[in-house]
Ligand binder design. Structure first.
Ligand SMILES: Cc1cc2nc3c(=O)[nH]c(=O)nc-3n(C[C@H](O)[C@H](O)[C@H](O)COP(=O)(O)OP(=O)(O)OC[C@H]3O[C@@H](n4cnc5c(N)ncnc54)[C@H](O)[C@@H]3O)c2cc1C
Length: 476
C-alpha cells in the first residue's frame, strides 16, 4: 500500500514532492557517493506540522529521514534504496523567531541557511562565528545535527559550543521545548546534547537558540610557508599568545592541494611562488575598530601584530615565505583557495576522504605514520591532507596519480585502511566533524568503547523504539 496518503491531509499539496525528477536532488549526497530512494519528500512549514508527521509516522511505522541543506559528507541525510522512507526536509522552516542584542542570542528555525544567519547577526553589529565552505547551502538544523566544526573552531568551538537551546520533535510527535536561551541552566541532565551530533537518529531539531559574539572590526590574514606540520603547531601556540588569543582560523594546506585547486579553478590567484610543501592560512581578528584603523604613523595595529609575528617567525626559521592580505579583496583571494578545496579534489579525482582528529601534539606523528602506510599501498598516489590544524583535524585525503589510475577503485579500500592503521597508533578519532552517517556505521563499532556503544544503543532504543528515525545511520 502507498504510504503517502498518511501525509496528504497534513501538508499543503505543494509541500510534498513525489515525482522522481522532483525528488532527485534530495536522494543523492553532495559527493555523489550515496544515492537512495524515497516515496516522497515532505516540507513542513512549522513545528506543529513536523509533530503531526511524526505522530502519523509512529502510528504507521513509516521511516523518516530528516534533511537540511543536504551538504553532509557521510550519507546521513540520504535514505536507503528501498523507496519506503520519506525524506523530511526542514528547508521551508526558516523563520527567525527572536533576536536579542542584550542576551546576545537568536532563536531560529532549523531550516535557516548558515550564511543568512551570518548576515542577520551582522545587521545587528554582532557575529555568528560558525563558518564552513558549505555556508550558502547548509542549515543550522543540519549543523547542529552533525555538530559541525569549520574554520573558526579554534576560537569559538564546535556548533555544540554555540548552542544555548533546541526544540526537538520526538519520534512519536511529542515536542520537547528546550529552546530557552538561558546562559546558565543546571536543572538536571542536559538533554539537548544528545540531539546535537545525533544526525537525525534521535529526534528532529525544529529550532535552536544560538549564541552571538562581538563582530570583528579588524582582521589580519596571511599565508605562510612552513617546513612541516610540527612547525605549524609550534607557530599556532606562539600566535595564540602573541595576538592575545585572537586567532580565528589556522588552516593547513599542502602543495598537492594548491596544485589541484589552481588546476581546477585557473582564476584563483597563485599566492606564493614557488608553492611550498605546506602552508598555513592564518587569521587574527579583533572587535575593537581601532585595531583596524590607521594611527598617526599610518600603521594599522592588527596588521602590525601579524607582520611582526611573521618577521619574528621568519628569523626563527619557523616560516620560509609568507604573503599578507592588505585589503578585503586580497583576504578573499587567500580564503578562496581554502574554500575551493573540497570541490577541487572532487573534480580532480574520486578521492579517498577522511576526517580524522588527533591531539595537536600528535599531528606530525600521525601524518608520518599515515604517509608511510599509504605509500606501502600505492606509492604514486597524491596525499592531499588539509584542514583545521588548530583543532588537530586533518582531512587526510588521497587522490589518484596525475592522469588517472586504472586500478584506483580497487585501491580505495586498502588506502582507507592505511589511514586508520596510522590513526590507531595515535589513538585519534575517525570522525572529527562530519559525523558517522552510513559511511562510518560499521567502523564505529570497531573503534568506540564497548560500554559507550551499548549505552548509545540503549538511548537509541529509548528515543526511537520502532526504529523509524533515520535507520542505518550512526548506530543500530
Ligand atoms: C563544500 C563542503 C564543505 C564542508 N565543510 C565542512 C567543515 O568545514 N566542517 C564541518 O563540520 N562540516 C563540513 N561540511 C559538512 C557538514 O556536515 C555540512 O556542511 C553541514 O553541517 C550539514 O548541514 P546540512 O543542513 O546540509 O545537513 P544535511 O546534509 O541535510 O544533514 C546532515 C545530517 O543531519 C541530519 N539532519 C539535518 N537536519 C536535521 C534536523 N533539523 N533535525 C535532525 N536531523 C537533521 C540528517 O539526517 C543528516 O544525518 C562541508 C560540506 C561541504 C559540501
Amino acid at each position: 500500500m502507498n504510504n503517502i496518503q498518511h501525509f496528504n491531509d497534513l501538508l499543503d499539496e505543494k509541500d510534498i514532492l513525489s515525482l522522481a525528477d522532483d525528488k532527485a536532488p534530495f536522494l543523492q549526497d553532495w559527493r555523489g557517493n550515496y544515492t537512495g530512494d524515497a516515496e516522497a519528500v515532505l516540507f513542513p512549514r512549522n513545528t506543529e506540522q513536523v509533530s503531526a508527521i511524526m505522530r502519523r509516522a509512529y502510528e504507521q511505522g513509516i521511516i523518516i529521514v530528516p534533511q537540511g541543506g543536504n551538504t553532509g559528507l557521510v550519507g546521513g541525510g540520504i535514505p536507503d534504496n528501498t523507496g519506503r522512507a520519506f525524506v523530511l526536509s526542514l528547508s521551508r522552516m526558516n523563520k527567525v523567531r527572536a533576536f536579542s542584542e542584550a542576551n546576545r542570542s537568536m532563536v531560529v528555525e532549523a531550516g535557516c541557511i548558515l550564511q543568512d544567519l551570518h548576515k542577520l547577526a551582522e545587521e545587528h553589529d554582532l557575529y555568528f562565528p560558525l563558518n564552513l565552505a558549505a555556508k550558502g547551502s547548509c542549515t543550522i538544523g543540519g549543523n547542529l545535527s552533525t555538530n559541525a566544526g569549520g574554520v573558526n573552531v579554534v576560537r569559538y568551538g564546535n556548533t555544540r559550543d554555540l548552542c544555548l537551546g533546541i526544540e526537538v520533535v520526538l519520534c512519536d510527535g511529542r515536542v520537547m521545548d528546550l529552546l530557552s536561551p538561558l546562559r546558565k541552566d543546571n536543572t538536571g541532565y542536559d538533554l539537548k546534547q544528545l540531539f546535537i551530533g545525533g544526525e537525525g537518529t534521535l529526534g528532529i531539531i525544529t529550532a535552536a537558540s544560538m549564541k552571538l559574539f562581538s563582530l570583528p572590526k579588524a582582521r589580519a590574514t596571511a599565508l605562510a610557508a612552513i617546513p612541516d606540520i610540527a612547525t605549524g603547531v609550534e607557530l599556532l601556540g606562539k600566535l595564540q599568545s602573541a595576538s592575545g588569543e585572537q586567532v580565528e582560523a589556522f588552516e593547513i594546506m599542502p602543495k598537492t592541494l594548491l596544485d589541484v585547486v589552481l588546476k581546477q579553478f585557473p582564476d584563483i590567484v597563485r599566492p606564493l611562488d614557488p608553492i611550498p610543501d605546506f602552508m598555513i592560512l592564518m587569521e587574527i581578528a579583533s572587535s575593537d575598530a581601532r585595531d583596524g584603523t590607521e594611527d598617526e604613523a599610518g600603521r594599522i595595529p592588527i596588521l602590525e601584530t601579524l607582520e611582526e609575528f611573521l618577521a619574528d617567525s621568519f628569523e626563527a626559521g619557523l616560516i620560509t615565505d609568507a604573503t599578507m592580505a592588505r585589503n578585503e579583496t586580497q583576504r578573499q583571494q587567500l580564503w578562496d583557495i581554502r574554500e575551493h578545496a573540497p570541490e577541487s579534489t572532487k573534480r580532480e579525482s574520486n578521492p579517498v576522504n577522511s576526517d580524522i582528529s588527533v591531539t595537536r601534539a600528535d599531528l606530525q606523528r600521525f601524518y608520518d605514520f599515515a604517509v608511510e602506510e599509504v605509500k606501502k599501498v600505492c606509492p604514486e598516489s597524491r596525499i592531499c591532507s588539509y584542514g583545521h590544524l588548530g583543532d588537530g583535524n586533518l582531512h587526510f585525503n588521497i587522490i589518484e596519480k596525475e592522469g588517472g589510475d586504472p586500478d584506483w577503485q580497487a585501491k580505495k579500500e586498502p588506502l582507507k585502511a592505511a589511514i586508520y592503521i596510522a590513526l590507531a597508533k595515535v589513538k585519534g578519532s575517525i570522525s572529527a566533524e562530519h559525523g558517522i552517517g552510513v559511511m562510518k556505521f560499521d567502523q564505529l563499532k570497531q573503534v568506540k568503547d564497548p560500554v559507550a556503544l551499548s549505552l548509545m544503543s540503549q538511548i537509541k532504543h529509548l528515543l526511537d523504539p520502532k526504529a523509524i528515525l533515520n535507520p542505518g545511520k550512526v548506530i543500530d
